[in-house]
Every structure is written in C-alpha cells, then in structure tokens.
Design a protein around this ligand. Structure first.
Ligand code: ADP
Ligand code: MG
Length: 258
C-alpha cells in the first residue's frame, strides 16, 4: 500500500472536544493529536467514551465544544472519507442467516453508502481480491459469511475497510470476541499495514494486548487520562483509570515491551 499523506504529518487532531448524549458529557475537553504512521491504542474502561470519540472522529456526531481536524482539514470541510477505513465490533456473529459471501461484504467497502442497485454488483474486482489477500482471507471470498468463525468474519470487515486503501484505519473493539489465535492474526495484519505507513487507531478495553502492540497509548475516562508511550504508563495511572490494580496485566505487558 502506498500511503499519500499530503505532506501533512497529523492524521487526527482534536482540540478541547466535548460531547454528551444528554446532560452528562460522554467525553469532555479531549485534546489529542495522532500523527500519520502512528499505531495508537485508545483504551479506557467500559463507558469511558471511546466509541463516542470514534463517532466524533468519523463525523457521525458533532461535538458540542471544540474542533476536529482530519488530515489537516477541519472536519466540516473534510471530504476524503475514502482515506479512512472503519472496522466496527462484531460481538456475536454477522449475518448468520443472510446468504451473502465474504467477497460481497468486502465489495461494499468500495461504495459510499449502499444503494439497492450497486449492492449486488459482482464483487470480485481486483481491489476486493487484494483486500481479501491483505486480510489473509483470500480463500474465503466465496464462503458464506454466516459459515465463518468470528475471527474470520472480523477479517472480512477489515478487508472491507481496506478496499479503498485508506491511510487511516480505525478499529473500535474489533478484536473483542475473537480467540487468541484469531487475535494474533489481526494484530499481525495491523502491524503489516502500519509498517507500510497506514495510521492505526485501535480502540480496546484490553489494555495488556494493546500496550504490547501500540507505539502510542491514549487512555480516556471521559477526559484524557494519559497520552504517551506505553512504557511510560504507570500502574498508578492505570489503577486510577480502571479503579482496580492492574499489576498482573501490566507486568506481563511491559515485560515483553521492554
Ligand atoms: P465506551 O465505548 O468507552 O464503552 P461509549 O462512548 O460507548 O463508551 O459511552 C460513553 C457514555 O455515553 C456512556 O455513559 C454511555 O452510556 C453513553 N452513551 C453511549 N452511547 C449513547 C447513546 N446512543 N445514547 C445515550 N447515551 C449513550
Ligand atoms: Mg465502545
């Protein structure tokens, strides 16, 4: 993948961003800069505002305060959405009854929105084939999505996000619900993509794994609690963040990291 960065080194910049669904703010005063080419883990406990922050970055909700820039462009003027790939979480299987193949799902990544007419277009374009290959599921293209394991389905969604060769890939809890082997495969794909210049923003509540994988960690708990290198994250900060000791997790994670 050749990633064009427009000479701008910041992929995402949030300044003082707040958003609430009701009176309570789900995120508050978040300022965060994510550089092109970085591999960032966004971690925090359940309900800490991670998905809300992703929605803000994807322009799905408009922050009540603050500003968002993507690739150096204010989000309301940003139009290069094909440069951003998004992988949602699948917790309990995808389209179990739906007679659709992996390749057909991946081909949907080629379209902006789904129209009833292009929905059924023949899926095996070179771009689709390529995305299947990058996601390590070349041989699964013709399989029905419901017949695949959760880990394989997850890679189908990664392939779908890769069809348009994004320079920024955002995964929201995409690794939840896969077994250890599937998880390692996904991390390997992300490492490869990142080595080729793709910026990765990986949202997770599994702090141990992401600390091993990421170059940068942002911890949020409504506000930004920590932003920096994984090994600078202290146990104290983690305990404050999660409300219980993280000793074992952290020990394992940092042991391998150092
Ligand atoms: P996380 O992804 O870290 O688990 P979320 O961003 O999903 O956190 O949620 C942050 C807060 O916003 C939580 O208190 C949650 O209950 C609330 N929230 C999330 N989505 C909605 C919604 N659609 N409507 C109302 N409240 C929501
Ligand atoms: Mg979430």
């Amino acid at each position: 993948l050749d990633v064009i960065t427009d000479g701008n080194s910041i992929a995402i910049e949030l300044r003082n961003v707040s958003f609430g669904y009701s009176d309570n703010l789900a995120i508050e005063g978040i300022s965060l800069k994510i550089s092109h080419g970085d591999f960032v883990a966004l971690v925090g406990p359940n309900g800490s505002g991670k998905s809300t922050l992703v929605k803000v970055i994807l322009g799905l909700v408009k922050p009540s305060t603050g500003s968002v820039e993507l690739m150096g462009t204010p989000i309301n003027k940003f139009s290069d959405w094909k440069a951003i790939g998004y992988v949602p979480q699948i917790s309990s299987g995808l389209h179990n009854q739906f007679p659709i193949t992996a390749a057909e799902i991946v081909s949907h990544g080629s379209y902006r929105g789904i129209s009833p007419f292009n929905f059924w277009k023949t899926p095996k374009t070179p771009e689709v084939q390529r995305a299947l290959e990058v996601a390590g599921i070349r041989d699964l293209g013709d399989r029905r999505i419901g017949d695949l394991s959760t880990g394989q389905q997850q890679r189908v969604l990664i392939a779908r996000a890769l069809v348009r060769q994004p320079s920024l890939l955002i995964l929201d809890e995409a690794i939840a619900g896969i077994d250890a082997q599937g998880e390692e495969l996904v991390y390997r794909i992300l490492r490869d993509l990142n080595a080729k210049g793709v910026t990765v923003l990986l949202v997770s509540h599994d702090i141990g794994a992401v600390i091993r994988e990421a170059n940068t960690v942002a911890c949020i708990n409504r506000t930004v609690a920590f932003h920096g290198k994984p090994h600078d994250l202290t146990q104290e900060e983690l305990t404050t963040l999660y409300g219980y000791p993280m000793e074992v997790l952290l020990h394992d994670a940092l042991h391998e990291h150092r």
